[in-house]
Design a protein around this ligand. Structure first.
Ligand SMILES: [Zn+2]
Length: 302
């Protein structure tokens, strides 16, 4: 009986104390890389979650009720933008009824606004597939872009939570210093990859190609967003045979291995599954691990 009373007393006080604790800034990220970056900057002062995980294609997810609830409670929504999430984010924002995180407000952060976008089309022809009119949205896969986005995100988080500005600016400086050291290492390792020829499943790797100097010679999708077909793959095979092959075939964890495997079996070109984001494997537990893993695989050091 006595124990029960102690427990009841503890519960009573715990309940009374909790509302006085300064709540962490709630960050709803559309992709894992932005949740990871927010955590690097915010530490315990923020609470970050991601709508998608490493095994999902961020173009296509369902606007589930749990995600709507996440947006409703968020202080800050951090997404790639450039229409990557056009199939689901507008619905989440619409249903969440949280005006503070709508596009144009301080509570909405579009990462792609802070980098130079590649592949911005001169004109839009829907026959060319799922073309992004605002350029290629897969911006996270160049670590130099992360510097620009981290700096802007740090400013935005500080604006929304001025009480913790010193926490955010110290953590951001620490992150950027560690990132710059890692960048020097990555840039020097990457020299060996310059000019390598790649076949990619989807146009997910434009920023990686730009960073590493890789040359995209073919895509397994006939047009962006349309799954590989037998006739298109036969055409890619003929093209590779006529034009000197390629060094790698690259696909993402959420894409089918089969089309790349079909091509690899016939050409003996190494087939690599490269991570697009944080999570999904032990090595890619954070942003540093993501780029270590990509380079390890491309350099054959795994
Ligand atoms: Zn895409």
């Amino acid at each position: 009986m006595k124990n029960y009373r102690i427990l009841a007393g503890f519960l009573c006080c715990a309940v009374m104390v909790v509302p006085d604790v300064q709540a962490a800034l709630r960050v709803f990220a559309c992709e894992p890389e932005w949740a990871a970056l927010a955590e690097e900057i915010g530490g315990d002062a923020i609470q970050a979650s991601s709508a998608t995980h490493a095994m999902q294609d961020p173009h296509y997810i369902e606007a589930r009720p749990s995600l709507i609830a996440g947006v409703r409670k968020a202080d800050l929504v951090v997404c790639t933008g450039a229409q990557l999430e056009i199939g689901w984010l507008p619905m989440l924002l619409n249903k969440a009824n949280n005006p503070a995180v709508l596009p144009g407000k301080e509570g909405f952060f579009e990462a792609s606004a802070y980098v130079q976008r590649l592949e911005v089309p001169g004109s839009i022809d829907r026959a060319q597939g799922d073309v992004h009119p605002q350029g290629n949205p897969h911006i996270q896969i160049n670590p130099h872009n992360i510097v620009l986005i981290a700096t802007a995100l740090g400013e935005r988080i500080s604006l929304l939570d001025p009480a913790n500005v010193s926490v955010y600016s110290n953590r951001l400086q620490d992150f950027l210093q560690r990132w710059q050291r890692a960048l020097q290492d990555w840039d020097s390792r990457a020299q060996a990859l310059r000019g390598k020829r790649v076949v990619v499943y989807h146009k997910s790797w434009a920023y990686l190609q730009d960073w590493l100097g890789l040359v995209e010679v073919a895509t397994l999708e006939p047009v962006p967003g349309v799954p590989p077909t037998a006739s298109h793959l036969a055409g890619v095979l003929a093209q590779l045979e006529a034009q000197g092959g390629a060094d790698f075939i690259i696909y993402s964890p959420y894409q089918s291995v089969k089309p790349g495997q079909w091509l690899a079996d016939r050409t003996h070109i190494p087939l690599l599954m490269l991570p697009m984001t944080v999570g999904g494997s032990k090595q890619t537990g954070d942003l540093f691990g993501l780029f270590n893993e990509i380079l390890d695989q491309l350099l054959g050091e795994k």
